[in-house]
Design a protein around this ligand. Structure first.
Ligand code: C2E
Ligand code: MG
Ligand code: MG
Length: 594
């Protein structure tokens, strides 16, 4: 409220006082004019006094009447002034009375109209300021206020409130944006946000809006953080089992095919979770930690990419950042080296080819394996350049072996990000031509994840590569990424059974039966089946017994430098060092397991 003791409408400034004073002045002049003849006509003093008293009484009565009337006029004006001040102070819910059908009533009606328009535009401004225009979800600013309130609030017992913040990144949205434009990615984002709301405790969009608008600090809210990222704040949730269950529900909710612009998408998300008060009592930190955990989750080689924040992640991030910085130097100076791991035939143990596996030769740390830098390269977009170096090197090497009379098939790993770059098949075909390498000697290994995103786009690239004569292998098969229905929509030539199945392959039991089924599935699809990760003679023998075509693993050899691989391959062609395996295969699995 403004200061009511201001000079407006008080003391000599009040309309009522001014009118009354004006009237008194006028009346005094009239009185003087009226009493003048009385003085001149020699009236008695008592006559004059009686007249003057009567005039004075009349004067006093009309003055009082005047004061009353002017008060009647100024009171509504004062009331309207008070209302205007309330509006100015932000109260748009004031009631403006009807007053009379006079000018003041007209003024009040105008004020009512003004306040209702002000109310509508304020609501719109608030909506714009607090909500994301694309999804309609509360935006980052609203979320900041909400989180600050939440993490600093106390529960019914006076203890700090507890809760979890889920940082959700929609992994392929940026690519949709790049390839199909903003409108498509906006619509996809909105559909995904809806699916997430329904699977979360927010229940519905309307409830989510209500939860974010009210003062309560114990309601779940989904907000858009920015770009491809959403944040779900869930009060009263800190138990790991509860968090894991909700994260799984969110993953399951988006793992559905979404149609957009005539194309089918299977969205994938990564979820990072931070908790208050455990991890921090500052809203900014909670968000930062949840985002860190989300980055961590995105690099996990599993279908449901979820990670709960732990302090060690801070150190991992630092290491990752230093790798990222270093990768740029490594690319510029071509510090990558391609190693080769042999694949052998499951029927006669002859070398059938090699898998190209990249390493980074760090001047101080020595050889760094791909598990450490490939995920960083994928996240930072550097994988395209590294992948090109590997393709160039491996295709060149394959051509050199053919020229040297030692033809060896080479399989090359390709990341999802790399496979989806503009005209990937064209790049590979151009490299084959440049090195004069026959396409049938090269296999491109892709993971099942690739097969589940943008099926149409992937199928198109696969078809182009196969038409050129290359083979396509599905790597790490069975690690839980794949949707068999989608996978059967793709044409591929080789199926590589993941090494996680190999540990129990030589014992009678469930894992052996699962391996048998997967190998059979591959064969039924008309594929060559490779079992990778065999370390013991028992595992090799079991894989061969179950009918796979090729075997790869440390039992035969670890990945080697080119020169060592060549020596190993040449030696193998002269010796049958694996003769003992034949006996093991024919003896049968029960004895191999005992
Ligand atoms: P991958 O394609 O499944 O390659 C097989 C991995 O399993 C290799 O690890 C290999 O050394 C390891 N391995 C093979 N046999 C055995 C065994 O008997 N026991 C055990 N414990 N491990 C075995 P590596 O070389 O560390 O590569 C890891 C992953 O990095 C590869 O898995 C592949 O996904 C990725 N990668 C490697 N090179 C490239 C590349 O040039 N581009 C891309 N995009 N990814 C690559
Ligand atoms: Mg591979
Ligand atoms: Mg593999």
């Amino acid at each position: 409220m403004r200061n009511k003791e201001s000079t407006y409408g008080t003391g000599g400034n009040a309309i009522g006082v001014r009118l009354t004073l004006m009237y008194i002045a006028l009346a005094a002049i009239c009185l003087a004019v009226v009493t003048q003849p009385l003085l001149n006509d020699h009236h008695t003093a008592s006559d004059i006094a009686a007249h003057t008293a009567a005039a004075a009484i009349g004067l006093a009565i009309t003055a009082a009447l005047m004061a009353f009337l002017s008060r009647k006029i100024t009171q509504p004006i004062r009331q309207l002034t008070d209302i205007a001040e309330e509006v100015a102070d932000g109260n748009l819910d004031v009631t403006i009375p009807l007053f009379c059908k006079c000018e003041i009533g007209g003024l009040a009606a105008s004020m009512r109209l003004m306040v209702s328009r002000l109310r509508a535009s304020t609501t719109e401004i608030r909506q714009l300021a607090n909500h994301d225009l694309v999804t309609g979800l509360p935006n980052r600013y609203r979320l900041q206020t909400l989180l600050e309130r939440r993490v600093t609030s106390l529960d019914a017992h006076g203890n700090p409130a507890r809760g979890a913040v889920f940082f959700i990144d929609i992994l392929d949205l940026r690519k949709v944006n790049d390839r199909f434009g903003h409108e498509s990615s906006d619509r996809l984002l909105t559909s995904i946000a809806r699916l997430l709301i329904e699977a979360s405790p927010c229940n519905s969009e309307a409830e989510n809006q209500r939860n974010s608008a009210g003062p309560e600090t114990d309601r779940p809210v989904l907000a858009r953080f920015g770009g491809t990222e959403l944040i779900l704040s869930v009060p009263d949730m800190v138990e790991p089992a509860e968090i894991a269950a909700l994260a799984d529900r969110l993953h399951a909710a988006v793992a559905t095919i979404v149609e957009e612009a005539g194309r089918q998408f299977r969205p994938k998300i990564a979820i990072g979770v931070a908790r208050y008060p455990e991890d921090s009592l500052a809203a900014m930190k909670i968000k930062q930690y949840a985002a860190l955990a989300c980055n961590h989750a995105a690099a996990l080689p599993v279908a449901n990419k979820t990670a709960v924040f732990q302090m060690e992640m801070m150190q991992q991030i630092k290491t990752r950042e230093s790798i990222e910085r270093y990768l740029r130097t490594a690319i510029a100076e071509r510090q990558f080296e391609v190693y080769y791991q042999p694949k052998v035939s499951a029927s006669d143990w002859a070398v059938t080819g090699a898998e190209a596996l990249v390493r980074l030769n760090h001047p101080e740390r020595g050889v760094i394996g791909p598990g450490e830098f490939i995920p960083v390269a994928e996240m930072t977009g550097l994988i395209g350049e590294i992948g090109l170096i590997v393709l160039d090197e491996a295709i060149g090497q394959c051509a050199a072996w053919i020229r040297a009379g030692q033809p060896t098939e080479v399989s090359i790993n390709v990341s999802v990000e790399q496979f989806q770059t503009e005209d990937f098949s064209g790049t590979v075909i151009a490299l084959l031509e440049a090195h004069q390498c026959p396409a049938q000697f090269i296999t491109i290994e892709i993971t099942e994840t690739l097969a589940t995103t943008d099926v149409a786009g992937v199928a198109h690239e696969i078809a182009a590569l196969r038409a050129a004569g290359l083979r396509i292998a599905i790597d790490d098969f069975g690690t839980g990424y794949s949707n068999l229905v989608q996978l059967t929509g793709l044409k591929f030539d080789i199926l590589k059974v993941d090494r996680s199945f190999v540990s129990g392959i030589d014992c009678i039991g469930r894992s052996r039966e699962v391996s048998r089924t997967i190998i059979q599935l591959g064969k039924n699809l008309g594929c060559r089946v490779v079992v990778e990760g065999t370390e013991t003679p028992g595992q090799v023998a079991a894989a061969a017994q179950l009918g796979c075509d090729e075997i790869q693993g440390f039992y035969f050899s670890k990945p080697m430098k080119r020169i060592d691989f060549e020596a190993w391959r040449d030696l193998r062609s002269q010796n049958t060092v694996y003769a003992g395996l034949d006996a093991l295969v024919s003896r049968g699995i029960a004895s191999a397991c005992a």
